[in-house]
Write a protein that binds this ligand. Structure first.
Ligand SMILES: Cc1ncc(COP(=O)(O)O)c(C=O)c1O
Length: 416
């Protein structure tokens, strides 16, 4: 079936959750996606921050074939080789002590919240006064399942499904006074992304992060950091919080963890792990042999190819070029991010849509999140020449469209 036939069939058969771009991709190579006509697209979004090693990376292919031949699934009732080895790698990378494997970001985040509530329950059973409330941040995004969406800020994600999970209060982003005012011994955890992703690539301030750590330490509440978008090396360090010198009690990883095979992980300290016992939490698929083997191959490849330093170097270059564009085009009101997690905020949502559409016409994939924020989450293997290509395209588009050109209908939307 070709694109038109697929579009018509999907319109009839699928729940209408996505406004897809009219593109039918058949394969990928490096940083390039190739459609059914053979047209090549530079991918600066990498499947919303998933394809860290790009497409057709030999290490991923080799791990899939090897593990696919040996064993794909056994359930969590039995041992296999992958979980302990991957857990060792992840604990070394994050500075935390224990791991639970899930399948997706939202599932890892659910596990993180359950762990926080269970730990608060344990503290109460030991005589400590601590409540069950979560403090989350304005503009946060933690996923679509009920607990996750309850801690996700934007009303459009929560309200159609109400009532969502009670016991969540939102704190103004990077507002230390608001955080201090809302924090009490009713709070079991402060929930943050080190760099908000879907909310517009917004890094936490050092001051806010430090205040969250200090407040939680003062009562026994937990600091829970969602690294699903910022983690696994995208910012040039394994976790975004490592840029701040702050260690959380719980963190979550997913997106690039197994290079495109679904896998999520929640990690916690030894102390927090006291709250969990057999039977309290589980999953049929999470941490299966295939996903674990691929994740180990991804980590090995990131290390072998020096991709943390590379993400820093190419990311700094990209950010510098974006700042150059900002000087030239008034419509860019801010440039921010770390490593290869970058954004250019525009002065209008209309322009955001135009730029995404015009980049697509030039065969470059980006997206626009939070209405006005152009988001760049490229594969870590991106080279400076790809940055130059993207910057030249953006420059031409801003020159042509920044001052109120007409806006046609665009596909695509920001989520994830
Ligand atoms: C920070 C963050 N947390 C959680 C999620 C949810 O992950 P998933 O879509 O794999 O459920 C996302 C997805 O975009 C995310 O960016």
């Amino acid at each position: 079936m070709k694109l038109d036939g697929i579009r018509a069939a999907e319109a009839r058969l699928l729940l209408s959750t996505y406004e897809r771009n009219p593109l039918l991709f058949e394969r990928g190579e490096g940083v390039t996606l190739i459609d059914e006509k053979g047209d090549r697209y530079l991918d600066l979004l990498s499947g919303i921050g998933v394809n860290a090693l790009g497409y057709s990376h030999p290490a991923i292919e080799e791990a899939i074939v090897r593990q696919g031949r040996a064993l794909i699934h056994t359930s969590n009732l039995y041992f296999h080789e992958g979980q302990a080895e991957l857990a060792l790698r992840l604990t070394q990378m994050t500075g935390l002590d224990r791991v639970f494997f899930a399948n997706t970001g939202t599932e890892a985040w659910e596990a993180a919240m359950k762990l926080a509530r269970a730990y608060a329950g344990l503290l109460r059973s030991e005589g400590k006064a601590i409540g069950t409330k979560f403090l989350a941040l304005e503009q946060s995004f933690h996923g679509r399942t009920y607990g996750s969406v309850s801690t996700t800020y934007k009303a459009k994600y929560r309200e159609p499904f109400g009532p969502v999970m009670p016991g969540v209060e939102f704190v103004r982003f990077n507002d230390v006074a608001d955080l201090r005012a809302k924090f009490s011994d009713e709070v079991c955890a402060i929930l943050v992304e080190s760099i908000q992703g879907e909310g517009g690539i917004r890094p936490l301030s050092q001051e806010f992060f430090a205040a969250a750590r200090e407040l939680t330490e003062s009562t026994g509440a937990l600091l829970v950091v969602d690294e699903i978008q910022a983690g696994m090396g995208r910012t040039g360090k394994w976790c975004g919080y490592q840029h701040y010198g702050i260690l959380p009690d719980i963190t979550t990883l997913a997106k690039p963890l197994a290079g495109g095979i679904p896998l999520g992980a929640v990690l916690c300290t030894e102390e927090v792990s006291r709250a969990i016992h057999p039977g309290m939490h589980g999953t049929t698929f999470g941490g299966g042999p295939l996903a674990c083997a691929v994740a180990i191959a991804v980590i090995d490849a990131i290390e072998r190819e020096g991709l943390l330093d590379h993400a820093t170097e190419v990311g700094d270059y990209f950010q510098k070029q974006l700042r150059g564009l900002q000087k030239k085009h008034d419509c860019i009101v801010d440039v921010r991010g770390k490593g290869l997690m970058l954004a250019a905020q525009l002065d209008s949502a209309e322009l955001g849509k135009v730029v995404v559409k015009e980049m697509l016409a030039r065969k470059i994939l980006i997206n626009c999140t939070s209405d006005t924020v152009l988001r760049f989450l490229p594969p870590y293997i991106l080279q400076k020449q790809h940055v130059d290509q993207a910057i030249a395209a953006l420059d031409a588009i801003f020159t042509e469209h920044a001052h109120g050109a007409g806006i046609a209908e665009t596909g695509g939307q920001a989520h994830g």
